[in-house]
Write a new protein. Structure first.
Lengths: 491, 337
């Protein structure tokens, strides 16, 4: 998971090859990489400095300096410290009363109202009846916004038109929830600046008068250095019980989470990964640590993959792969599984180094592209699917007509499949780590470029490779295959 | 990136004061835009302890490493990014190493550089020669688009202009209601579409209405989106195209609304939205908080995108024409009270 950091460190430490041991100054140079990465991820300066002090102290220990593979040791230290700082996952809402009050607070536009809806949805899924309360009397149409969300979910929303005192609204809402035996009351408060004394006092007042059981700070995942200031102020005005970070479906690294956690010390509960009300995920420190360092989240990928393919299918695929029986039909089945809007984008986001590609891989376009590829396979005969080698020019034209694509797209699909098959079969039976390694090599060799494929499929007239570029790519591919075979033999 | 291309001895730019240009004719006397800008920035004093003056008292005499580290910390905390901050630190290190310097003089120089960097283009809105001026407003979720449109509506209404708003956010819950309330408050007309309807069609109808009713200004709201969402960015392209088909050089402005609290992701936002919607300027919203909005500096360097307005509050009057001097001062100090 921390592979790319490790590579960076290895390069940084390279100068010492031949020398007896790693020097302190070498180590400091290497650690600068970690520092820069954290700053680029928007972790607050003071938090970074603190963090680096601890990491440096450990990394300069004799054991690390004298280690055979110091970069591995450093990675372990960074990892451990990050996870430690992010804290344990605790997605529980601690519902231990008849009526539990959960309050959302935060800066303007951070995602409070939407997150209220997401929590309500989560509660519904767990057969708990929530009630949403419109305590934002500030923003134009804030009450209406909550009502729309409530209607979408079929959840009751409490509001008072023309009200001016949010405390009164919350109190009345709690009384109503009690009467209607709603177990959770979710208070949507107005966005406010941490330095707006009047509004912060108002929030503290709600806190004292309504006594929420859980109070969550909602933080925008794109926040920069200011996160420490605002989180600190909110935590001082109220007693926070948790943090929810939103808008992590984009390319923000979310380093502010580290800052917020550092200054508040409260657990991170959930992360928001989309505008839809189902886009709320429990926080996982492992995944977040990788994201902040600019690496992917392999665990999440594995989980997602597991959700897609049930265990029986998985064993079957494994068997086929090991025996070299992986056919175009299997390929198509897999394509169809992942051709769901939104999914591909999420999966790609988990893969290290593929960040840049995420933009290209628009969920819907990609899903469309996948379906198109599946359509090509469907237009083949059984024999063609199991033995693509028999597909000659005539067959190719027929398939293309059947699938409504250009003949060259048929060839491209087959080439892709063959390339993938080699690698995928090489992965069979290996553990996650070596699979990721194989995948990375695949990526680097240019063999697999989903962005390009999908774009090509979609546009048809998109940018084509020049023959020179193609030849180069082919060469690379062949070189890669030779290398892989050599490696196989050596094992 | 090269921050110090010119020699460091160049005199600092004169403070530009309130920008006369673009200031509405009948803005209230005491709350000129410059004053408003300052007022927004002033609130930062409570919390911010990165005051450059602290540094002055602690450090004088020879330039030493600790001192450079302090400068670096201040720069980083503005959200300008580690790369640019490092560049400045290293420049200062080589230029002033071992010399007896006054920090104030040095900071002035850094400030002057920022000012000149931010000062190059006019911040005024490009108006159409004939017919309505069309302004498309884009940005990530919750950055402040709709509120900024309310502010623009007031800004133009005060100049006696007729304004039509297009409720192009057909996606988010109650987004249309929100803009409708603002339109009523500001005396602007509004064109809306059905929930989940095609935003390009709303934009089209809004522009058509503006032409038909002889409006001076037409501002189109769009749903918040992340720059990584290719399908939604394509939707923006389409909106842009539809508008351009109606009026040859429209939209006359495409404003990216950037949240001042945004960190390094702001750069990716500027890249993504410029690519899809050909942004012509930035509205830096929520500058009334403690965030410094320093990411506009690398954005300016990389994409030449000028900041046109800043948002300094939730009210529709809380808009100020961007003033590089005031902004740069805000970057470097929690203003004293
Ligand atoms: N992409 C994405 N957008 C989100 C997420 N959470 C919220 N949003 C969007 O962010 C914007 C602001 O969300 P709101 O829920 O209105 O934020 P708020 O904190 O209630 O805002 P105020 O009440 O004005 O302070 C809306 O466009 C939401 O759809 C998320 O996890 N991902
Ligand atoms: N303090 C402060 N708050 C602001 C400013 N501009 C906008 N806001 C607040 O930020 C929140 C979000 O503003 P909106 O205008 O709804 O943002 P948006 O970009 O239209 O949001 P979506 O349409 O959901 O993407 C609201 O609570 C606004 O009142 C500003 O300059 N200062
Ligand atoms: Mg809200
Ligand atoms: Mg809006």
């Amino acid at each position: 998971m921390f592979e790319s950091l490790r590579e960076g460190l290895t390069t940084a430490f390279k100068t010492l090859r031949g020398k007896a041991r790693l020097s302190e100054s070498n180590m400091r140079d290497g650690l600068k990489l970690v520092e820069d990465s954290l700053l680029e991820a928007d972790v607050s300066y003071d938090v970074v400095r603190d963090f680096m002090e601890r990491v440096t102290a450990k990394a300069l220990g004799e054991r690390v300096l004298n280690a055979l593979d110091p970069s591995q040791q450093v990675v372990a230290i960074v990892h451990e410290e990050l996870i430690g700082l992010l804290g344990e996952a605790d997605p529980s809402l601690h519902l231990n009363k008849d009526v539990n009050i959960v309050m959302m607070c935060g800066l303007q536009g951070s995602g409070k109202t939407t997150t209220c809806g997401k929590l309500a949805r989560l509660l519904l899924e767990n057969d708990v009846r929530p009630m949403l309360v419109a305590a934002d009397l500030q923003r134009p149409a804030a009450i209406e916004q909550l009502h729309v969300i409530g209607r979408q979910l079929g959840v009751s929303v409490y509001s008072e038109s023309g009200a001016t005192d949010p405390v009164a609204v919350c109190r009345n809402a709690v009384a109503k929830a009690r009467a209607e035996s709603c177990r959770v009351v979710v208070l949507d408060t107005a966005g406010r600046l941490a330095i707006d004394r009047e509004l912060m006092d108002q929030l503290a007042h709600i806190d004292r008068q309504v006594e929420p059981d859980q109070c969550y700070l909602v933080v925008d995942g794109m926040t920069g250095q200011d996160a420490v200031n605002s989180a600190k102020a909110f935590n001082e005005a109220l007693e926070l019980n948790g943090v929810i970070m939103t808008k992590l479906d984009g390319d923000a690294r979310g380093g502010a989470l580290l800052s917020v956690r550092h200054v508040t010390g409260v657990p991170i509960k959930f992360i928001g990964t989309g505008e839809h009300l189902d886009a709320l995920e429990p926080f996982r420190p492992e995944g977040m640590a990788g994201r902040i360092l600019g690496l992917g989240d392999i665990v999440a990928l594995a989980n997602e993959a597991q959700r897609l393919v049930d265990e029986k299918e998985r064993i079957e695929y494994e068997r086929k792969l090991q025996e070299g029986d992986f056919t175009l039909e299997d390929f198509r089945d897999q394509l169809e599984k992942i051709a769901r809007p939104g999914l591909i984008q999420r999966i790609v986001g988990f893969l290290p180094g593929m960040d840049a590609m995420r933009g290209m891989l628009d969920s819907e376009d990609a899903a469309g592209g996948m379906r198109r590829l599946a359509g090509i396979v469907n237009a083949m005969t059984r024999a063609e699917r199991t033995r693509p080698r028999i597909i000659d020019a005539g067959r190719r034209n027929r398939i293309a007509r059947g699938a409504g694509v250009e003949p060259r797209e048929v060839s491209e699909l087959i080439q892709q499949f063959e390339g993938m098959k080699t690698v995928v079969e090489g992965m069979a039976g290996k553990d996650m780590r070596s699979r990721m390694q194989a995948f990375k090599e695949l990526q680097e060799s240019g063999l697999m470029n989903p962005g390009a494929v999908i774009q090509k499929v979609k546009k048809g007239t998109g940018k084509r490779l020049t023959s020179h570029e193609k030849a180069k790519l082919r060469q690379q591919r062949e070189k890669e295959l030779r290398r892989r075979r050599r490696e196989e033999r050596r094992r | 990136m090269s921050w110090f291309r010119k020699k460091a001895s160049e005199p600092p730019d004169p403070p530009s004061g309130g920008s006369a240009e673009g200031e509405p004719a009948e803005s209230p006397p005491k709350r000129g835009f410059f004053g408003l800008f300052r007022q927004g920035l002033k609130r930062t004093s409570d919390l911010l302890r990165t005051d450059i003056r602290d540094l002055f008292t602690r450090r004088q005499g020879q330039l030493v490493d600790e001192w450079l580290d302090d400068l670096y910390a201040i720069l980083i905390k503005t959200d300008m990014g580690a790369g640019p901050a490092k560049e400045i630190r290293e420049h200062v290190r080589t230029e002033f190493r071992g010399r007896v310097v006054e920090l104030e003089q040095l900071i002035d120089e850094v400030k002057a550089k920022f000012r000149s960097l931010l000062d190059q283009e006019s911040t005024s809105i490009r108006l159409a020669e004939t017919g309505p001026t069309v302004i498309l407003v884009v940005g990530v979720n919750g950055s402040g688009k709709t509120t900024s449109i309310a502010k623009l509506a007031q800004y133009f209404r005060r100049q006696g202009k007729k304004v039509v708003l297009g409720a192009g956010d057909t996606f988010r819950a109650a987004a249309v209601e929100q803009l409708t309330i603002w339109a009523e408050r500001e005396g602007a007309e509004i064109v809306t579409g059905p929930p989940q309807g095609d935003p390009a069609s709303v934009a089209h109808r809004a522009v058509a209405a503006a032409v038909e009713r002889g409006a001076d200004i037409c501002v189109i709201d769009t749903a918040g989106r992340l720059q990584t969402q290719a399908n939604l960015m394509d939707q923006l392209r389409k909106i842009h195209r539809v508008i351009a088909k109606q009026i040859a050089d429209a939209p006359h402005e495409t404003l990216l609304v950037l949240d001042a609290t945004a960190g390094q992701n702001g750069i990716s936002q500027a890249a993504g939205f410029s690519d899809a919607a050909n942004c012509t300027g930035i509205v830096l919203a929520k500058l009334d908080g403690t965030a410094k909005g320093g990411v506009i500096i690398p954005i300016r360097q990389r994409f030449r995108l000028p900041v046109k307005f800043v948002g300094v509050g939730e009210k529709s009057s809380d808009l100020a024409v961007f003033d590089p001097s005031a902004f740069v001062d805000g970057l470097f100090s929690g203003p004293s009270e």
